[in-house]
Design a protein around this ligand. Structure first.
Ligand code: PLP
Ligand code: COI
Length: 355
């Protein structure tokens, strides 16, 4: 493996007050970059000062969007040390996305090394205030200067990081979510199960409409029948109905969230039944009307666990759990964040030390 070259900045930026910056608006001093050429494979891994890329106006990513990304966090534990949460899951998912989008795979060891080295170099950027972390965004895109539609043969893989607090301005308080009737996010056979930029671009219109109406997120229905619940714009969803936790099954159009997977494992260790299955909109609304929906939450790296206090569909608003954070939501939040921030034991062996 080629050694990572490190070029440190000569002009470090002043640190920010994390409680005052939005999500992903302030970036740390350095970034990781590695280039790819079809004949050479990946080469020249390096950590350099954060700054712009120079790419051709004909670069394929600007026209046909071969782009994938990941989202993960580095957490500062009570001893001041820094740890990652299940990073290998992000590395593996990046390669699942690469395979779907005809982008080159990355050696798992190289990506792990890059993540750890970058966080080490920018360790002073990992905040220590409660509920804050360093968000890590690995991403890859095709750069060939050629307008014919083709599999990219020149690519850049990069990692940038930013100190973050809560994703939602509501913090860990309940959020309002609207179920989208018209636009769809993904279909089976498409790219819903991968993290590619295009999925998010396609969801912007519904997101804008939701935001103008006072909602934090869109909850998507399946693209074929618009009958089944899928996921929210940047997070998975779970519903506690009749004592069981129900979450949409992964059938090709929903992203396999690492937070989702971790919550399922925690729930199973607590002997709370979890059902990964089709959940129709009718069943969900019926469970609300009949008082059987006890609590519900969104989950994802950025969102962590956010209780859903209101669901809206077709201009009807449904309040969940009196717009309060449910007891299981709170218990899960405390356990998951306890492990992530190193405040609780990690019985699953999920955390990976950086320093
Ligand atoms: N679903 C979508 C569409 C997402 O963008 C994300 C965020 O990454 C998730 C779900 C949650 O995934 P994870 O828990 O791995 O962050
Ligand atoms: C993440 O949770 O890491 C994501 O990529 C989702 C996005 C809404 C920030």
């Amino acid at each position: 493996m080629e050694k990572i070259r490190i070029q440190k900045t000569t002009a470090p930026k002043p640190k920010c007050d994390v409680s005052k910056v939005g999500f992903g608006t302030v970036f740390s001093d350095h970034m990781f970059i590695m280039d790819y050429e079809k004949e050479k494979g990946w080469f020249d891994p390096r950590i350099v000062p954060f700054g712009p890329f120079q790419i051709s106006p004909a670069a394929t990513v600007l026209h046909y969007a071969p782009e994938i990304f990941e989202g993960m966090k580095a957490y500062r534990n009570p001893e001041g040390k820094i740890q990652l949460f299940r990073p290998i899951e992000n590395v593996k998912r990046m390669n699942v996305s690469a395979e779907r989008m005809c982008l080159p795979l990355i050696d798992e060891e190289i990506m792990m090394e890059a993540l750890k080295e970058l966080v080490k170099v920018d360790q002073d950027w990992v905040p220590s205030e409660p509920d804050t972390s360093l968000y890590i965004r690995p991403f890859m895109f095709g750069t060939d200067e050629q307008l014919g539609i083709h599999t990219p043969y020149h690519c850049i893989f990069s990692i940038i990081t930013c100190p973050v607090g809560s994703y939602f301005p509501e913090g860990v308080n309940p959020v309002k979510i609207v179920i989208e009737k018209d636009d769809v996010r993904a279909v089976k056979g498409g790219t819903g199960y991968v993290k590619c930029g295009g999925n998010y671009a396609a969801s912007l219109r519904a997101g804008e409409k939701a935001s103008a109406e006072g909602y934090s997120q869109v909850l998507w229905l399946d693209g074929a029948e618009r009958k089944y619940i899928e996921e929210a714009g940047g997070m998975n969803v779970m519903f506690k109905i009749d004592g069981k936790v129900v979450t949409p099954a992964l059938m090709g159009s929903v992203l396999s969230g690492i937070t989702r997977k971790s919550i399922i494992q925690i729930l199973e260790s607590w002997n709370i039944p979890v059902e990964e299955r089709l959940l129709s909109l009718d069943e969900l609304l019926d469970s609300i009307r009949t008082g059987r929906l006890e609590e519900s939450w969104c989950c994802g790296t950025a969102a962590v666990i956010s209780p859903i206090g209101e669901l809206a569909f077709d201009n009807i608003k449904y309040t969940i759990n009196d717009f309060k954070t449910g007891s299981l939501t709170k218990k899960l939040y405390d356990e998951l964040t306890g492990i992530q921030w190193g405040k609780r034991p990690d019985p699953f062996g999920w955390t990976v030390p950086v320093i």
